[in-house]
Ligand binder design. Sequence first.
Ligand code: AMP
Length: 122
Amino acid sequence: MTSESRQVDTDPDCLFCKIVAGEIPGDLVLTTDHVVAFRDVNPVAPTHVLVVPRHHRPDAAATTEADPEAVGRLVAAAAEVAGREGLSDYRLVLNTGPGAGQSVFHTHLHLLGGRELAWPPG
Ligand code: AMP
């Protein structure tokens, strides 16, 4: 990997940018050139992993606007983690905006699994 390809858009005040950069610890389960996946610190299912792009964008729509393939990479990484965890059934969630439960404004895909998941969600 060239140093140029390591350049990422970051926000110095963003928690997930700091995890991506290794400045604060995360329980990492997968890293690629494009994404980092780590266990949620407050899990709501036996498997609860967050998959985030290395580039800082506030939500999935902004990530897609900047790079139409980026969210697909998040889904592919989540599927890989699910497979490693032995999950055939799982849920992927992209909370967008505070009214939908988003609390960290760096795009992240929740991977939830390992228990029955009710629908509709709350
Ligand atoms: P959301 O509410 O969709 O923005 O999801 C943010 C998630 O980040 C929540 O499920 C939090 O539990 C999780 N979270 C917050 N801080 C950390 C951290 N330091 N490491 C891992 N997960 C975190």
